[in-house]
Design a protein around this ligand. Structure first.
Ligand SMILES: *Cc1c(COP(=O)(O)O)cnc(C)c1O
Length: 396
């Protein structure tokens, strides 16, 4: 037998974390890494945050899991907080991002089908999007590398170029149910939706009675410097999928919707055994206790701007490696002139700095939102050292 006990779907690297301390990970062999990946935009509060640990410990001792057959005081409380602080009127809790997007897709389809429009089922989605790895969410992306081996895909998605409003207009037809879009594409390379594009989608949705569904799984929960990225576009969605940061490391996601958008989601239409369980709710509460503090978002924006300004200056020293700085808040990217993956590996293995490679030749920088000045300085020391001793591999 040659297959590993862990199904070999990830090309795992040699870093084997066994402990986390604030913005650092400690590997099995004792090496300390500065974590500018944060579980891919998950560990908003860093590692070993006392508030989050305490909340989970207390809840685990009190009540860990009950069925959704019963009333949920814990779920009502967290849902109310999300409702109070967003466009939404109602929330369905999930355990992951892909499940949140699945719930969002179902909500958008049900909106039309509840009104008897059985043939309005198609969501317009965007090239190089990432929405997760379930059958529905891979079907929602045009990325063939995620499709290979899994045919047939789910029908009901139509792909258009990101930021191409004219393309969207041309794609709207009798089957269109709405749009599913990341305001800033994460896996796709920290590509920002333009104001014109996002506001245009909102206007088209209003004009044609379509659902604007945002995937804020990566951009959400303060990552971009506002509670959700849509606020920066001056628009509101009808439906939104969130996950990653909301649990701070505990598996938690949610589908948020307006009352109007959720009209098809009636008794018995959807469910999840673990979705909204008390342990997850406690984690979500602990994250919001920090994130919704008045100064927190301001600090994220200020730190983001400081890092960004230093990055702009820094890349000028290495014009052969870097092209530009991208992103908002603490969802940042360096567009590179060389392949980002080997550079990411070099930073990791030789300078103990963790970052994430993404599409469109971009290196993602996603630090914990609680990062301090000392870690920012450490980041620039490691990045500078990494850039100055980097030898890009010969192109194949
Ligand atoms: C990570 C991600 C997902 C999928 O989340 P999982 O928790 O891995 O299922 C969906 N959409 C976006 C934008 C993401 O970044």
């Amino acid at each position: 037998m040659t297959i590993t006990p862990l199904m070999p779907v990830y090309p795992r690297c040699g870093v084997r974390p066994v402990r986390g301390e604030h913005c650092h990970l400690i590997s099995e062999d004792g090496t300390r890494y500065l974590d500018f990946a944060a579980g891919i935009a998950v560990n908003l509060l860093g590692h070993s945050h006392p508030g989050l640990i305490g909340a989970i410990q207390r809840q685990a001792e009190t009540l860990m899991h009950v069925s959704n057959l019963y009333g949920s005081p814990q779920g009502e409380k967290l849902a109310q907080r999300l409702v109070d602080n967003t466009f939404a009127d109602t929330v369905f809790f999930t355990n992951s991002g892909a499940e949140a997007v699945e719930a969002a897709i179902k909500t958008a389809r049900a909106y039309h089908q509840y009104q008897g429009n059985e043939d309005r089922y198609e969501l317009i989605t965007f090239n190089n999007a990432f929405h997760g790895r379930t059958m529905g969410t891979i079907s929602a992306s045009n990325q063939e590398k995620m499709h290979k081996g899994f045919a047939p895909l789910l029908p009901g998605f139509r792909y258009v170029e990101f930021n191409d409003l004219e393309g969207v207009k041309a794609a709207i037809g009798p089957h269109t149910a709405g749009f599913l879009v990341e305001p800033i594409q994460g896996e796709g390379g920290i590509r920002e939706g333009s104001d014109e594009f996002m506001q245009g989608l909102r206007a088209l949705a209003d004009e044609h009675d379509l659902m604007l569904v945002l995937d804020e799984v990566q951009t959400g929960v303060a990552r971009t410097g506002t509670f959700f990225a849509y606020e920066q576009y001056g628009i509101e969605p009808d439906i939104m999928a969130i996950a990653k940061g909301i649990g701070g490391g505990f598996p938690l996601g949610a589908c948020l919707a307006t009352e109007k958008a959720a009209r098809g989601m009636t008794f018995g239409t959807h469910g999840s055994t673990y979705g909204g369980n008390p342990l997850g709710m406690a984690a979500g509460e602990a994250v919001l206790d920090v994130v919704l503090e008045p100064e927190f978002l301001e600090e994220v924006r200020a730190k983001g701007e400081r890092i960004r300004a230093r990055l702009e200056q820094f890349i000028g020293n290495y014009p052969e490696l870097f092209e530009s700085v991208r992103g908002r808040g603490l969802m940042l990217g360096l567009r590179m002139k060389v392949e980002p993956r080997p550079f990411m590996q070099h930073l990791r293995d030789n300078h103990h700095l963790l970052t994430v490679a993404a599409g469109d030749q971009t290196l993602r920088l996603l630090p914990p939102l609680v990062i301090g000045d000392a870690e920012i300085d450490e980041f620039f020391e490691k990045l500078s050292a990494g850039a100055s001793d980097y030898k890009a591999p010969e192109a194949a």
